[in-house]
Design a protein. Sequence first.
Length: 478
Amino acid sequence: MAYRSRRGGFAPRSTRDRPHGGFPYQKRDEPTLDIEKYPLGELLLTFQSNDFDSKTEDSLDEVIQDCTHIASYNWVSRGLPTIMIPGKPPKWTPSTTPQRLQEDNGSYFRDPNAAHFPLYPMLPSVHAILDHNPVFPTPSIDVFACGYTLGNLLRFVRFIDKPFRFTFQTIGNTVFFVRKENDPRELLQGVRGYGHTFPEASTTWESSVKGSESHQRLVQYNLAGLQCIVRFECDGYIASESTSSSPRTKQTTGLDIDNLVNELAATSTTTVRQNSNHSNPKEELSLTVEHNNQSTPPPEHIFDLKTRSNKHGKQIDMQDMYPILWLKQIPYFIIAYHDGHGGFSPATTHVMNVVDALKTWEKANREAILRFRTLLGRIVEVGRQADGEILEVVCFGKGQLEIRGVSGERKTEAVLPEDVAAKWASVDVEDGDDGSESEKEEEDDYDQGGGFSFADEDEWDDYTACGEDCGYCGKCTY
């Protein structure tokens, strides 16, 4: 049975078994950095959150410009690490009648990409880009990161304390940021709410991507002069024929079967073998890449989804949502309210176009965003001066960020295998195009205040206040 990754990859074995009614509330531990397992390296630089000015490119009307979808892939359940290129998100197929769902019950990975491919979690992203465009102009890219690492840096310059760490390394002209948890297969603790069961009930993986666990997208944009590639997990897409609810159908027609046969016939599989860069490689690594000719929904149709309790009529604070939606440039946001016990209704499920709201948020937060741009530029500068050395950004909170070397075996934990890194570094920008697709589209919420609030003190906390991009910190607000 295949399980879908929703705000964390699904680990098929459930470790949760509790009686009906649940346990008394216990506050989750704040995220901590395991410096015993991963000791700190040499301290190179220290930044304070108020060190950065906000004058960079202050004349720009919009800080993010020229956003383009460049590639996508799906993690698919095949036993061994397997991706499908291009990917396709699940389709929004909500129920047209009220429904009551079971609470989330399972084990979920904190960082699905690292859990699937621990040594090289960025490798599938690079494969997806170069598979689509072998002459993608890699020298034009300054930063290659996921929404999680960028979200942490944006919090830092907005004076929001949250511990985090990530490694970075320059390959060619590009500085890659790689998310680092205490363990690549670390599980989320205390999963509660309906942030997995509601998406499962309200979206559908179509026949061409059956067996998918998550959909990963890569966008490129100009961030005040820095060319960035950002990878993020997409919750789904809204079909062009409907921007609201559309009934789910269980019927299979002859046309559906014909389409499935054609899709399977158009699929090819390649096994990419990678030798570990580590000094003591444990084994040869294999990533299976399945190719198909399916179309990918355009970026104008994708959405992020959250569920919240509306037991006492409290509404979601969209100021908590806008920062990460802005980083990912996601145009739609779906909020589904429940009655505190899993009761959902079409009347309390809202699909919102947030494009204009994100522009307004950007203008209102311009100074913090430009501080964020300045910080990114400093990290890029340090990375390029390191001559390929692996470095680390470490933040214990309290308004201080450190750039350090790495110690021990981590010195060999390269971002990419040598052959793929060489390919990325050697692509000639003059031979490439703009890297965009002509007809296409770890781990979501953004902690605004560092506090931890609840919709109802007498009910289980809705765990979907957290997401991949806050690292499931347990501190996100309603």
